[in-house]
Design a binder for this molecule. Structure first.
Ligand SMILES: C[S@@+](CC[C@H](N)C(=O)[O-])C[C@H]1O[C@@H](n2cnc3c(N)ncnc32)[C@H](O)[C@@H]1O
Length: 337
């Protein structure tokens, strides 16, 4: 437990991080990457991440009930901390790394991220622990895909956004003119975050938010079912990772399996998925096509994009080779007759 100066504690944490990273680089120098299979590289990466987190989380500080950190030169982060941590009437001990993460996310949430696909420089404000649409190429695919044609007697298009996160896809659909969107998520903090975003965009009236596993209940149907599920089939190590890791591809397969029953006649399913899992050897080639077939869905069209995030240019990243090949695809599916 650190009891000295706050800035020195931050420096110590940064130094510890550099030391762990250096040790991993040295290990990699001694073990040529081509001696490891892709799944072995992925396991090494996750093991290293877990050990890094475990070590760095051991540097702890005290936090008072009024959210103040009782250290010399400690900043007042009470607003950020009170918005995430549960109330506690006693002084508690908390990892400095977590405090920094909460404050960093709070700054992000204050400034927001501009999402070009929403047009007019509109911004989304991601909250702590909610998947942030910083890698927004997939949203351009969703913005460009033609919406399903309206049935003649219809009063307007309806859509479900499954796993809404910040609400960005629901917002995009509503701004594109989908009259009624139902957006679900299993994370209460995602739904609170989405509600704030929809409110500030002035489209809260068009989107209904529901805390649900996958689809809204009662076998309701929509013209368009959209989902951007976590893209890697592995166990999340923390709640923060559950937007990225989908153990046993449960969400992906659950969405596909339930899609047909929730689709109005003539409707479409839009699935956004990166193929990184395939390049890492975590899913066999043809996995998706087989899942579509088993769910009674057929491919109508597809559009792909390459992620432009920084990690693709980091040659020291153990997953570099797989990341360079990654492609994100919007699959447009229909019920097979
Ligand atoms: C990759 S994020 C996508 C978030 C958002 N749709 C976007 O594109 O930015 C996946 C989201 O699915 C949610 N999720 C995971 N399992 C779910 C389930 N079984 N039912 C509903 N939502 C789920 C996660 O909480 C997370 O918000």
């Amino acid at each position: 437990m650190w009891r000295g100066d706050f800035n020195n504690a931050r420096q110590l944490l940064a130094a510890l991080g550099r030391r762990v990273d250096k040790a991993e680089k040295q290990w990699l120098k001694k073990h040529p990457l081509n001696a490891l299979t892709m799944p072995e590289r992925f396991n090494r990466h996750r093991q290293n991440q877990a050990q890094r987190a475990n070590l760095l989380n051991r540097l702890v500080v005290e936090l008072q009930p009024d959210w103040q950190i009782p250290l010399r030169r400690a900043p007042d982060w009470s607003l950020a901390l009170a918005s995430v941590l549960p109330l506690c009437d006693q002084t508690r001990v908390i990892s400095l790394r977590e405090l920094l993460g909460i404050q960093g996310a709070y700054e992000w949430a204050k400034n927001g991220v501009e999402v070009p696909a929403l047009g007019q420089k509109r911004r989304i404000y991601p909250a702590y622990g909610v998947y942030s649409p910083v890698r927004s190429e997939y949203l351009d695919l969703l913005a460009q895909a033609p919406l399903p044609a309206l049935p003649d007697s219809s009063t307007g298009l309806t859509a479900f956004d499954i796993g809404t996160g910040t609400g960005v896809i629901a917002a995009l659909l509503a701004l594109r003119g989908v009259q009624h969107v139902v957006a679900t998520d299993t994370e209460p903090r995602a739904l609170v975050c989405a509600a704030g975003n929809l409110q500030q965009l002035g489209i809260a009236g068009q989107v209904q938010l529901q805390e649900h596993n996958l689809f809204p209940p009662d076998n309701t149907q929509a013209d368009l079912l959209v989902c951007n599920p976590p893209w890697l089939p592995a166990k999340p190590a923390s709640r923060l990772e559950s937007a990225m890791y989908d153990p046993g591809s449960q969400m992906l397969l659950g969405f596909l399996k339930g899609a047909k029953a929730h689709l109005k006649p003539g409707g479409q399913v839009w699935l956004v998925l990166s193929d990184l899992a395939q390049h890492l050897g975590l899913r066999p080639a043809g996995f998706l096509e087989q899942a579509f077939e088993q769910a009674g869905l057929k491919v109508q069209s597809r559009a792909s994009t390459r992620p432009a995030h920084r990690k693709t240019s980091d040659k020291h990243d153990i997953l570099h080779e797989a990341r360079c090949q990654e492609v994100t695809t919007l699959w447009v599916l229909q019920a097979a007759v």
